[in-house]
Design a protein. Structure first.
Length: 263
């Protein structure tokens, strides 16, 4: 009987010690340093470029009964960011991303003839900022915290491209020949964000939220490619001195969907 009681006491003690161990093992892992990888659908203003596309559609295409190319209004922002918690409720972040959006239409006036019209926006935004985290909600191996943040953006390698390539057209079907215009520039800006950060019993976490980005590349440097009409290859480039300057607005609202990897 005494041996039975001793075994029972040992088992109860082991169970008591094992319970906190299991709870600790199942606790959410909140790492101070996180790499966040995200693919974010975002609005793209592209004001002056869309005005140009509107004018091109009405003067070049509609007059010939051709459908216009679509305006550029959204893009995907692919982003990589390092986020470090300097305090349990304050995190600083820095990262970079890429915005790329295009609109394209092809016309086939006659057999063996084609006209391709394309407009494209490319930008590489760099950002630094900070976020304030609210009180956590924890249940078992799950923890969620809402956050508010913001910071500065630097848009580098901002580029606008518009091209009209013609293949084997004649005087009755041409839109004026092959041509390509390019505009480049950089710009500062800012962003604001709000969302939720969720941790699990692993090194991976999830961030969901929304953001607003404000960045306008002003006075783009416009160049026109000299295109060989026979091969459509670029053989030179000339700078365009326009009376009206062209701006590229890459701002807008977006949805943040990120996976964090803790270190």
């Amino acid at each position: 009987m005494k041996s039975f009681r001793r075994v029972t006491l040992v088992l109860l003690a082991a169970a008591t010690l094992a319970t906190p161990a299991r709870q600790a093992a199942a606790a959410p892992e909140v790492h101070r340093l996180n790499l966040a990888l995200s693919g974010n659908p975002t609005q793209l203003q592209a004001g002056d470029l869309n005005d140009f596309i509107d004018d091109y559609n009405s003067t070049k295409l509609a007059s010939r009964g051709l459908a216009g190319i679509d305006l550029i209004s959204y893009s995907w922002l692919y982003q990589a960011e390092m986020r470090y918690f300097v305090r349990p409720n304050i995190a600083v972040s820095a990262g970079f991303g890429q915005i790329r959006s295009k609109s394209r239409r092809e016309f086939l006036p006659r057999i063996s003839q084609s006209i391709v019209v394309r407009a494209e926006v490319v930008a590489v935004p760099l950002h630094v900022g900070a976020a304030y985290y609210l009180q956590p909600y924890t249940q078992g191996d799950f923890q969620a915290r809402a956050y508010l943040g913001g910071g500065f953006v630097s848009v580098t390698q901002g580029k606008v491209l518009f091209e009209q390539f013609e293949f084997a057209t004649d005087s009755a079907t041409t839109l004026g020949g092959s041509v390509r215009f390019k505009g480049r520039g950089d710009a500062p800006g800012y962003y604001l964000e709000v969302g939720g950060h969720m941790w699990f019993a692993s090194r991976y976490s999830v961030m969901l939220g929304g953001f607003y980005r404000s960045a306008v590349v002003r006075n783009l440097r416009i160049a026109q490619d000299i295109v060989d009409p026979e091969t459509n290859l670029t053989v030179g480039e000339v700078q365009v001195e326009a009376e009206d300057t062209l701006d590229l607005d890459v701002g807008g609202l977006g949805v943040r969907m990120a996976v964090g990897i803790g270190f």
